[in-house]
Design a protein around this ligand. Structure first.
Ligand code: DOR
Ligand code: ZN
Length: 464
């Protein structure tokens, strides 16, 4: 047999082991995995000498802004940034215009994205006060899960009140899809925002104080309470605080299906950095002090923080109220929009941590590929180097060094708090179902990306 693509002579990395050899892909699936001499010939052969071959890395939280906000990003530019950053699959967020709040909008997003996407993608549907009747139709249309914005953020989408949450959590449980939550308590954030404003504390450094750890933790506790009662599979998006880490750990210990993600900014940045990079680092929820980052690291290394995602959320510099140096150009931090580009920088930043010895490459594969696939019920089609799985690979060069340059990012809008950061460990080739989509940092593929549906219900017990 001749495979379509053979990658050989590298180090194959799974969450369990690392071995010398390679992989063959035919018809978009892995057909052979092993030592070089065990592999079939290929129509195309990539020599991965000195490189590590990872299962396709997944960014479980991106905002590619289709439809309605394409002046910020679109699926073409967003997925180009993704493949350049070593990402083969993304999960896209519903705070677009109009929001992904009914079955028709799931189909609209599928059409728009499949036209342009270089990567495979899952679509999250939003649940608000008025659309619980759409929960099943949105699943039918292909949503991979749901999102509730308990916290106020971009798009200012409302959330179901506690009465309606009973219906929402029960229906979502019945759909067997996960519910992702933006966990911030609006009353707490409003209280602190008003107080800081009235005291004239308008500098970037006060951003974290307006949404303190309590703001996130209360919301997580609230959602776990509902999820436990209704048997809903709950995922805490962009977790930032040690109290929330503790709540998730405790819920898992009680046997609940509760998972959580955090992002490079929560692990590597601190609230005091807002003095230096200002609005560029403004994000909901905010980055916090080192003790919170340490708790998140501990969770990642010991399995109670499940995955890393970037929350890639590009905006124009004007909306961010800053220039590329991070200077505040609006009267107050409150006037600047939250979010920044992240999908292209997440992998190099975390590989740098691997090189520093903070985690092994096997652990990284678990939190950046295997676990995101399990959280969104795509495993082992995604997230695994296994016979029969989708032929998605990220080849990385652990010795390659670079300095992150905002101007070279592929997103439509490039504001980032990572400009000038030195990284060691870079993706050098991104392969989606056997299609080479990036080589040596340049996007070279076609829009072959497809919307992903969850694996069949008989396999659901293998997920997180
Ligand atoms: O800072 C954020 N920006 N947090 C969110 O939850 C949404 C995001 C966006 O859409 O820009
Ligand atoms: Zn987000």
């Amino acid at each position: 047999m001749t495979a379509d693509l053979v990658v050989k002579n590298g180090w194959v990395v799974t969450s369990q082991e690392t071995f010398k050899g390679g992989i063959a892909i035919a018809d978009g699936k892995f057909v052979s995995i092993g030592t070089d001499d065990s592999l079939p010939g290929g129509k195309e052969v990539i020599d991965a000498k000195g490189r590590h071959i990872l299962p396709g890395l997944i960014d479980g939280h991106v905002h590619f802004r289709e439809p309605g906000l394409t002046y910020k990003e679109d699926f073409g530019t967003g997925s180009m940034a993704a493949v350049c950053g070593g990402i083969t699959t993304v999960i896209d967020m519903p705070n677009v215009v109009p929001p992904t709040a009914d079955a028709e909008q799931v189909r609209v997003k599928q059409r728009l994205a499949e036209d342009k996407s270089l990567v495979d993608f899952g679509v999250l549907a939003v649940v608000v006060q008025t659309n619980t009747a759409e929960i099943f139709p949105m699943a039918e249309a292909g949503a991979i899960g749901y999102k509730i914005f308990f916290g106020e953020t971009i798009g200012n989408l409302p959330f179901p009140d506690d009465g309606m949450c009973q219906e929402a959590f029960a229906n979502i449980a019945q759909s067997q899809l996960p519910l992702g939550i933006h966990a911030e308590n609006r009353q707490i954030m409003n209280y602190w925002t008003n107080k800081l404003k009235s005291e004239g504390k308008n500098a970037p450094i006060y951003w974290e104080a307006s949404r303190p750890d309590m703001c996130e933790a209360e919301s997580v506790a609230h959602a776990i309470f509902f999820a436990e009662h209704f048997g809903t599979k709950l995922h805490v998006l962009h977790m930032s605080s040690k109290q929330a880490v503790h709540l998730v750990k405790e819920a898992k210990a009680r046997g609940l299906r509760v998972t959580a993600e955090t992002g490079p900014h929560y692990l590597l940045r601190e609230s005091k950095d807002m003095a230096e990079v200002g609005p560029l680092l403004k994000m909901n929820p905010p980055v916090r002090t080192r003790d919170h980052a340490e708790a998140l690291w501990d969770g990642l290394l010991h399995g109670y923080v499940d995955m890393i995602a970037t929350d890639h959320s590009p905006h124009t510099l004007e909306e961010k109220g800053t220039d590329m140096t991070g200077k505040l150009l609006k009267p107050a931090i409150w006037d600047c929009v939250s979010g920044f580009a992240g999908v292209e920088t997440g992998v190099p930043l975390m590989l740098t941590e691997v090189n520093k010895g903070r985690m092994t490459l096997n652990q990284y594969v678990k939190v950046a590929s295997e676990n995101p696939a399990k959280v969104w019920q795509l495993y082992p089609r995604k997230g695994a180097i296994r016979l029969g799985s989708d032929g998605d690979l990220t080849i990385v060069d652990m010795d390659k060094e670079a300095v992150i340059d905002a101007n070279k990012l592929h997103s439509k809008n490039k504001p980032t708090p990572w400009h000038g950061w030195k990284v060691k460990g870079l993706p050098v080739c991104t392969i989606v179902r056997g299609h080479v989509q990036m080589r040596d940092g340049e996007p070279i593929g076609k829009p072959i990306g497809r919307m992903l549906r969850p694996i069949s219900s008989s396999e659901l017990k293998t997920q997180l």
